[in-house]
Design a protein around this ligand. Sequence first.
Ligand code: SPD
Length: 289
Amino acid sequence: MKDNSYRWIREKLNPDFEHATRTRKLIIEKNSKYQKIQVFDTDIFGKMLVLDGAVQTTEKDQHYYHEMLVGIPVLLKRDIEKALIIGGGDGGALRAMIELGVSESWMCELDETVVQICNRYLSEISNGSFSDKNTKLVFEDGYKFLNKKKDFFDAIFVDSSDPIGAAKKLYSPEFYKRIKSSLKDEGVVACQSGSPWLQPDIGKAVFNGLGKYFKYVSPYLGMVPSYPGVAWLYTFGSDFIDPKKYSVKEIKKIMNSSDYEFKYLTEDIVKTAFNLPKWAENTIKKGEW
Ligand code: SPD
């Protein structure tokens, strides 16, 4: 019998639903200027980063999320030299980007304390990527930082937390405009877009926001067991790449030419991720399912 007196992380992305994980130990807790940062150890997911009560990433399923957010766009675009992550303080997206062969990896994170804590207590996620020779770390507001780089990046990955507090403007129409102008003409963007059934308004806002600036805007769906409701949405934007046009054979060829050892993606998952179930399409179009 497991001892149920251990602390549970109970996350409500929607007042009518709760997702709970039993923790074994609180490794570190600190209040930064922006948020409460906690790292727990859990039996089911290994170490877990929680910001203001919301699970951000875990040792066990970090690859599922980061391969979807970063891996799919890198596979589709292939020739990415300079890429930027907005948010992503745990370093998992940065690690994925470096391991997938991006040559100049930028990360713009508002909260330096998150990076310090993750680097010290959750280094399994970033795996040395913060000190990689090709990493450029910037600690400032991503919304403002975009204004300093015009026509500069081949890819931008928005690895933001939920739209609360400072992260709210990372879901605004102006933010997508800034992304577009920071990208080179053939650049691509991928945004984490929330839970399609617990936060349907997010998927809709990202889809409509990117839709004003990119010819192809393609939502795609994956699974992250530590996130409320497990199903998780991402949105890809580009003026040149329509992900639905790739065949399984082409995707397989691209994946085989990469040295990266995928833990979540297969060629069939990349292909089917862009074919959403009807209920998820409804959330994007109507903001409800
Ligand atoms: N509800 C949590 C959404 C978190 C998205 N960002 C996670 C950061 C992982 N690198």
